[in-house]
Design a protein around this ligand. Structure first.
Ligand SMILES: NC(=O)c1ccc[n+]([C@@H]2O[C@H](COP(=O)([O-])OP(=O)(O)OC[C@H]3O[C@@H](n4cnc5c(N)ncnc54)[C@H](O)[C@@H]3O)[C@@H](O)[C@H]2O)c1
Length: 327
């Protein structure tokens, strides 16, 4: 597979840029399509000379066609990520989700590109029927009136399209469902960066005291946080060995409570905290932990425990606080 020409949409995003670097390292020739709405060129600085960058919108069919032309493989990651946007801009989330996958499939068919990898999400399950959750759990939109589900619905549509067009027109379609990926420069609209930034601010406002640390929900909600290096390793294993129309979880089985995450970040900050529970946003789920045995059978093994991955992540946010969006 080395030497293949690969397009990564969303390639200057958090996951996309890490994937681009791994693909370059594996010998692939990489092109990126991103409108840099959330993508950051700094993430691709190390490989700037090795890749081709097309700035443009995945909703524009001509742009996507230009990007797909001449490729052997497309990794479609461009999507509006970040929970707050699911609530505040559900129309945009769906626009990018639905037009994005439609344009990618159309362009691949037109230019004879037979290999497609799609980034989906654990959000397709909303509240899964069982935890750990395997890939056969039903994909659901529990309430069309709740804007949060714009994201899960966009992913669900993308998956159904990739599978059904894939069956008919593609040589190999693979879907990965990442579960709560984290790492340095992951964006600011996620729980770990938000906790890190707030911990620092509170520490400056109340030096030496027990910090009153408010969170959404009780703190008993769980997630399984996957360090970016493990996510990329998982996608590369899937790319090497995954079967046509295969759907794979990429994540870890280290399920932790949100209160635990807050306390770990407090430890890194050398602070003591009292957790102040708050209201959970409507549609937020209580537990999330993937069953990763399907990908493990292909050789995937996550290596970075939360205790190892959290410190460099938090440290990045403290060192780069000036990059936070101004509110
Ligand atoms: N980070 C996670 O924990 C996680 C979990 C589940 C699924 N995912 C999925 O993985 C993929 C990558 O996520 P990420 O964390 O890197 O998010 P990200 O926001 O960092 O990356 C998404 C990229 O898509 C680009 N983009 C958005 N709209 C676009 C448009 N209209 N045209 C072109 N580019 C556009 C953004 O600029 C950004 O660079 C996404 O599909 C996301 O839904 C991520």
């Amino acid at each position: 597979m080395s030497g293949r020409k690969v397009l990564v949409t969303g390639g200057s995003g958090f996951i996309g840029s890490a994937l681009v670097k791994a693909l370059v390292k594996s010998g692939a020739s990489v092109r990126v399509l991103d409108d840099n709405s959330r993508g950051r060129p700094r993430r691709l600085a190390d490989v700037e000379k090795d890749i081709e960058f097309i700035g443009g919108d995945v909703r524009n069919p001509d742009t996507v066609e230009r990007a797909v032309q001449g490729m052997d493989e497309v990794h479609h990651l461009a999507f509006v990520n970040g929970t707050e946007f699911f609530y505040s801009q559900p129309d945009l989330v769906l626009d990018v989700g639905v037009r994005g996958i439609t344009n990618v499939i159309d362009a691949c068919r037109k230019h004879g590109v037979g290999n497609l990898i799609l980034a989906s999400s654990s959000e397709v399950y909303q509240t899964p029927p069982q935890v750990p959750t395997d890939e056969s759990a039903p994909l659901v939109v529990p309430d069309v009136l709740n804007p949060r589900y714009s994201y899960g619905a966009g992913k669900l549509i993308s998956e159904v399209m990739a599978i059904n067009y894939g069956r008919k027109y593609f040589d190999r379609v693979l879907i990965f469902r990442p579960h709560n990926v984290y790492g340095p420069d992951m964006g600011f609209e996620h729980v770990i960066p938000q906790f890190a930034m707030r911990m620092k601010k509170l520490g400056q406002q109340q030096p030496g005291s027990h910090l009153q640390f408010s969170i959404q929900g009780t703190g008993d909600e769980t997630r399984s946080f996957c360090f970016i290096d493990d996510l990329v390793a998982g996608v590369m294993v899937m790319r090497d060995k995954g079967e046509h129309l295969g759907i794979y979880h990429v994540g870890t089985t280290e399920e932790v409570t949100i209160a635990h995450v807050a306390r770990c970040i407090a430890d890194i900050a050398d602070a003591e905290i009292d957790i102040i529970p708050g209201k959970l946003q409507p549609g937020g789920t209580m537990r999330r932990c993937p069953d990763i045995s399907k990908l493990a059978k292909l050789g995937y093994k996550p290596r970075v425990m939360l205790s190892e991955g959290l410190e460099p992540t938090v440290d990045w946010y403290w060192r780069n606080a000036d990059l936070a969006p101004k509110t």
